[in-house]
Design a protein around this ligand. Structure first.
Ligand code: PLP
Length: 335
């Protein structure tokens, strides 16, 4: 009974304290979204209504609610759909005083969107694999994009669907830049023979690998350490031919109902302290604020063969739509 009274009192005081709120679509993993909401609410008294959506799904929702926006801030997810949102007039130009504290790649992301988005983290695309499952099936660990076409991986690769997932769109854009478009689509058709399923979310495949449901995933490699720490057998690798990196981004929504609260939350997310919450939530992207501590689990970019990803080109609406439509027509329609 005593417990109930205390809970009721706490509930009341919380409700009274929510003088402000901010509505956020969060396109990173749940642990990080929840940590951000809890810490922000505790330190400011502002309620954060978090809705979790993959990058492509978030963009689709923002487009659907364009005339009557219900979202104030879009936090995280791959940069390409944020650039597309900027181009489509869904997000608000906002120049933070913290911009000079950010790495060049994060400032560049803001500049090329007319300051309608900003880079908050970066992470390289690669493969996750389950060494125990591979050993059981007498398979080698993949080291290169070309390895994933080997017939012995048939039915053992998972990747997300590029329409809903920014991770999978990053894969398509990376392959097009690495191989040229027609060769990249030949590659994707070959890969299709080995893919068991295209998941909605970009992080589902690496979780499936960790749990032994599939041997290999195409994933951001910064998602590996969390699974390993949870005790799952998982390794990550970046492909020998080269790979792309995302610039995870954040945008304020045009027509946001809680604009002042949105700006404050956005500013908070650019601070070193807020960016270090990622590692506290076991998320190991490279933070965009140069003063944020870089956790030892963050991939070492100097050791990765990165392509010179053309964010402006592949973040353009027409290009993203065209490539996804080509993938639907030529790849996803195959048996
Ligand atoms: N989770 C993490 C940790 C990410 O870095 C990203 C990309 O920014 C996402 C999720 C995006 O997920 P999806 O591919 O479903 O858009």
């Amino acid at each position: 009974m005593k417990k109930l009274i205390v809970a009721a009192a706490l509930g009341l005081s919380c409700a009274a304290a929510w003088s402000q709120q901010v509505n956020v679509i969060c396109s990173v993993q749940a642990e990080w979204c929840n940590m951000l909401a809890t810490v922000y609410a505790r330190t400011t008294g502002v309620k954060v209504n978090m809705s979790l959506k993959g990058s492509g799904e978030a963009l689709a929702q923002l487009l659907a609610e364009k005339e009557n926006p219900k979202t104030d801030v879009w936090f995280g997810g791959t940069g390409d759909p944020h650039l597309q949102a900027a181009e489509q007039g869904l997000t608000l130009e906002y120049k933070s005083a913290s911009l000079p504290q950010l790495h060049d790649w994060a400032q560049q992301q803001a500049k090329q969107a007319g300051y309608k988005t900003v880079g908050i983290y970066s992470g390289p695309l690669g493969f996750g694999y389950n060494p125990e499952l591979l050993a059981k099936r007498k398979l080698q660990a993949p080291k290169a994009w070309s390895d994933l076409l080997k017939p012995e991986y048939k039915g053992d690769i998972q990747v997300a669907n590029p329409a809903s997932s920014g991770t999978a769109y990053t894969m398509i854009a990376t392959l097009v830049q690495l191989m040229g478009e027609d060769k990249a689509f030949d590659y994707l058709k070959g890969l299709h023979r080995n893919v068991s399923q295209y998941t909605r979310s970009g992080t589902a495949p690496i979780k499936a690998v960790a749990r032994g449901e599939t041997a290999v995933s195409i994933s951001f490699v910064h998602d590996g350490p969390q699974e390993r720490m949870a005790g799952f057998p998982i390794e990550t690798v970046t492909p020998a031919e080269g790979t792309g990196a995302e610039i995870g981004s954040m945008s304020i929504i045009k027509g946001a109902r809680n604009l002042e609260a949105a700006k404050k939350f956005y500013e908070f997310c650019l601070t070193p302290g807020a960016q270090e919450l990622a590692a506290a939530a076991k998320q190991y992207q490279l933070p965009s604020n140069k003063a944020a501590k870089v956790d030892a689990n963050v991939p070492d970019f100097k050791k990765i063969r990165l392509i010179n990803y053309d964010y402006a080109k592949y973040g353009a609406s027409a290009e993203r739509k065209r490539l996804i439509a080509r993938w639907e027509k030529e790849v996803n329609s195959l048996p």
